[in-house]
Design a protein around this ligand. Structure first.
Ligand code: ZN
Ligand code: FE
Length: 262
């Protein structure tokens, strides 16, 4: 487990399954403890006992089993509330606090903003608390989620919403996929020095069995191939190399398609 200090809360990062991360958000000013995407209840329990805290709320970004499987057991153990997208309520096990996909809520002293980010699934939402973003399977370190339900247009607009957040925001995504993602990124963006440095930094991090997550939006903007189409120079280079005349969305779409078979 790893812990990160923010002004109003702590984030504890728990590795689960083969590459999932579960996050605990511990409010400094109340007893509120939020569990983001509990893949496995037992891992949350062990972490909470170590920290001597009790989950009060579960925050689900989307309905997939590797983000919600722990819901029911945690409700039984801690009697916690399940906060998730009202529009996706039938698919979220144990949901007790349905909330708007774009909105805000206050839990303890935590001011939580929700963002509607369809693409990976149609009901996918992200949570923003101060300078921390919990984006589930929408944006990854060096990558983005697969389009299981949404369109390319939806995912592109969702990624732009996240890219519009403050670039200092910490990106807490739900999987450790960064290194394989960056290998694809290097193939698409070979002359990017920031990317080459990130690959070397993150490779060392993983050799020490440390997480590459959280990253920052600034780093993602500079190195994530699915955000790079926001950069005009990148589009020009991409078009030249591929003999195309794509706009930003079309570059994103082309990259997302290529990644599926890469
Ligand atoms: Zn998923
Ligand atoms: Fe997932």
């Amino acid at each position: 487990m790893w812990s990160y200090q923010h002004t109003n809360f702590l984030v504890h990062q728990i590795p689960a399954l083969s590459d999932n991360y579960i996050f605990l958000i511990q409010d400094y000013h109340s007893d509120v403890v939020c569990v983001v995407d509990p893949a496995v209840a037992e891992d949350v329990k062990v972490a909470c006992e170590k920290l001597n805290i009790k989950p009060t709320h579960i925050l689900n970004t989307h309905h997939h089993w590797d983000h919600t499987d722990g819901n029911e057991e945690l409700i039984q153990m801690y009697d916690c509330e399940v906060v998730a997208n009202a529009d996706d309520a039938p698919r979220i096990r144990g949901i007790s606090m349905p909330i708007p996909a774009n909105g805000s809520l206050k839990l303890g002293s935590l001011n939580i903003q929700t963002l509607d980010v369809p693409g990976h699934t149609l009901g996918h939402i992200a949570f923003v608390i101060d300078d921390a973003l919990f984006c589930g399977d929408t944006l990854f370190g060096g990558g983005c989620g697969r389009l299981f339900e949404g369109s390319f247009e939806q995912m592109w607009s969702s990624l732009q919403k996240l890219a519009d957040l403050d670039e200092k925001i910490s990106v807490y995504c739900a999987h450790e996929y960064t290194l394989p993602n960056l290998r694809f990124a290097r193939d698409m963006d070979a002359d990017n020095d920031v990317l080459i440095k990130r690959i070397s930094d993150d490779t060392q991090t993983r050799m020490k069995k440390q997480p590459t997550i959280p990253s920052t939006m600034a780093l993602e903007l500079q190195t994530n191939p699915f955000l790079r189409p926001l950069n005009q120079a990148f589009i020009q280079t991409y078009n030249k190399q591929n003999n195309e005349n794509f706009n930003a969305f079309q570059v994103f779409q082309d990259l997302r398609k290529r990644k599926n078979t890469w």
